[in-house]
Each structure stands twice: as C-alpha cells, then as structure tokens.
Design a protein around this ligand. Structure first.
Ligand SMILES: [Zn+2]
Length: 142
C-alpha cells in the first residue's frame, strides 16, 4: 500500500517537474510586466481608478501566461525584442543625459545628410564641418 502510494507520488512529482521544465519561466520581459503591473496596482489604489486595477490584473495574467507557456521559442523572441529595446532606450537616455551635462561646453547638432549626432566646442564661431560618419561637409555655428 505504502509502496504504491510512494510510486504514485514519485510519478506525479516527476510529471510536474517534467511539465515545469517545459515552461518558459521568469525572463526580463516577464519581470518588467510584473513590475509594471505592481505600479499600476499601486496607482489604482492611490487614484481609485478601476480601469488601472483591471489593467494591472491583465498584465499579471499576461506575465503568468508567459511564465507557464511551453512555446519557449516564441517567448524567447519576445524577450529578446524587449531586451534590445530596453538596452537601446537605456543607451539613448544616458547619451541624452551626457548631452545635457555638457551642453555648456559643446553645441550638439545633427549632420544634415545622415542625421548623425555631432558636437563642437561652443564659442569657436562658424566652421566648415566634415561629418565623421558620411564625410558630408557643411557650415556649422557654435
Ligand atoms: Zn553625416
């Protein structure tokens, strides 16, 4: 009797382990969705907006769906797209902060040809500038 119970338990637990191994689990996008969901829930509590609470629940359910999804390839694709976008946004934010910090020292502008971001020291007057990216030459004042 006990042996049968032990065997059934071992079969059931190995089935659960096998099922869980096929799940996507927690990834960057999943964690970001959960954090966003918590923020929406807190905002819903503060503002009393029911719509925000529903959005928080929907986000949470989406995160759970992704976590237990067995379509790992698709979930990985979504996560990679999210991670790339996140890193791009992070880089752009830090570059914008740097431009703001140095805006007294440098004049920032874009190349009229390729739109590359360029800079020159302030107070040097009008100069002929050659773009470092596309070699286009134009006049720029700083
Ligand atoms: Zn250029």
């Amino acid at each position: 009797m006990l042996d049968k119970l032990k065997s059934a338990w071992s079969k059931a637990s190995s089935a659960v382990v096998h099922w869980l191994r096929r799940c996507n689990g927690a990834d960057n996008l999943g964690m970001a969705i959960i954090v966003t969901s918590l923020i929406a829930l807190i905002l819903a509590r503060i503002t009393g907006l029911a719509l925000l609470a529903y959005a928080a629940i929907a986000l949470y359910l989406w995160a759970m769906f992704r976590m237990f999804s067995h379509n790992k390839a698709r979930r990985m694709q979504e996560n990679n797209r999210f991670t790339q976008g996140w890193m791009k946004g992070k880089t752009e934010a830090s570059q914008a902060l740097n431009r703001l910090k140095n805006s007294r020292k440098y004049k920032y502008y874009r190349c009229p040809n390729c739109k590359a971001r360029l800079r020159m020291p302030r107070g040097i007057g009008e100069k002929n500038v050659t773009c470092s990216q596309c070699r286009h030459t134009f006049k720029q004042k700083a």
